[in-house]
Design a protein around this ligand. Structure first.
Ligand SMILES: [Zn+2]
Length: 381
């Protein structure tokens, strides 16, 4: 997910990765601490700058590094709770806007989701309160006390900021989990995403008034994140219980990797196909959907294809299939049967159609029958 990141270490098997954008944010943070927070703190405590043992710039670097350790601990809080609940953690990445823990825990109950979301801010809260308390101890070196005070304040701010109920921030995840305990998951997602978007717009307004570029960046990130996650969750929930064969396109063109996209499009039109499988004599390279073939008529099929093809079985649950496609770099999955014969392709367009049909089929007032798998399959390639 995050290319341009290298693994620093592993904690309980969880890789902690540093993203290249840290090279930008760490020096900025160190500079901001040594030229803003530290002088302000000394002034308010009526302590001359000369009383410090270390140069302010070095203290700034140390506090900036410590803050990212604090962010890693915050993410570890989420990750360790997820592990305890039986979830899977792919890794933690420290980057420009803080940290991201990639957690796979589809089966979490609302209660578990709420705990998982709360664990991160709780760690930040404890770090903040603990550091602020330590900074009040008289016997400690002044440099350490100043660093602890600034570090503690930043962690408190981090905890409070993350608890704002603006999805996809932690507070928004808690809100969604609390709603999901009472409402249908789809409705809970819609409401929390809407609250997230409204709060993000308020954030944009504040950021423009102040003006504060960092707040602007975070608000835009929250706004886009709320919408992207709402779309992904709606699709996943709308597809649960359906099988790959119920959404797959059976008419699929087969093209060589060297073909131009305009030629692939002609091929698809000629065969009445909604997708094309790119393959040569040795192997299958992947799937091109309608959107892929619009990416420049002269480009070659293998130029547009990225990553490995996604293989699914015709009886796989579509909510799983959509997750696998979203995690891949391809825009569709190749569907095989028990004999490992390719029987079709599932692209985003096919998934959207299945969600729409499901919505219409489950319209209120009608008892939705359990989704059934068609007994007989019709013609294949
Ligand atoms: Zn968090």
């Amino acid at each position: 997910m995050f290319s341009k990141a290298w693994t620093l270490m592993r904690i309980r098997g969880i890789p902690i990765r540093l993203h290249i954008s840290l090279a930008l944010v760490l020096p900025f943070l160190a500079w901001s601490v040594s030229t803003n927070q530290l002088p302000q703190l000394l002034r308010s405590a009526h302590v001359p700058a000369e009383a410090l043992t270390l140069p302010a710039s070095l203290l700034g670097v140390l506090v900036a590094l410590a803050l990212f350790v604090g962010i890693a601990l915050h993410e570890l809080g989420h990750a360790l709770v997820a592990l305890r609940q039986g979830g899977h953690v792919k890794g933690i990445t420290l980057m420009l806007l803080g940290g991201v823990a990639e957690i796979d825990h589809e089966g979490a109950t609302p209660r578990q989701q709420a705990w998982m979301a709360f664990a991160g801010p709780l760690v930040s809260l404890l770090l903040g309160v603990g550091s602020l308390a330590l900074s009040l101890v008289d016997g400690l070196l002044l440099d350490l006390r100043a660093a602890l005070y600034i570090f503690g304040g930043m962690n408190l701010a981090l905890a409070i900021f993350n608890l704002i109920p603006a999805y996809p921030l932690d507070g928004g995840r808690i809100l969604r989990a609390l709603l999901a305990a009472r409402l249908q998951p789809m409705r809970a997602t819609r409401i929390s995403a809407s609250v997230g978007r409204v709060l993000a717009l308020c954030g944009v307004g504040f950021a423009l008034m102040l003006p504060d570029p960092m707040l602007l960046l975070v608000s835009v990130f929250v706004f886009l994140g709320a919408s992207a996650d709402e779309a992904a969750t709606t699709m996943r929930l709308g597809l649960a219980g359906l099988r790959a064969r119920q959404a797959m396109a059976r008419r699929v063109a087969s093209v060589e990797p060297s073909r131009s996209l305009s030629s692939v499009a002609r091929h698809m039109l000629f065969q009445g196909a909604s997708a094309a499988i790119v393959r040569d004599a040795q192997s299958v390279r992947g799937v091109l959907g309608v959107r892929d073939v619009q990416r420049g008529p002269l480009r070659r099929a293998d130029e547009v294809l990225e990553g490995e093809p996604v293989w699914v079985h015709a009886d796989d649950d579509l909510s799983e299939v959509v997750g696998r496609i979203q995690k891949s770099k391809q825009s569709g999955a190749i569907v095989v049967d028990d004999m490992n014969t390719i029987v079709g392709v599932v692209t985003y367009e096919d998934l959207a159609r299945a969600v729409a049909l499901r919505g219409a089929a489950d319209a209120p007032g009608v008892t939705p029958p359990a989704p059934t798998v068609p007994a007989r399959q019709d013609a294949r390639r």
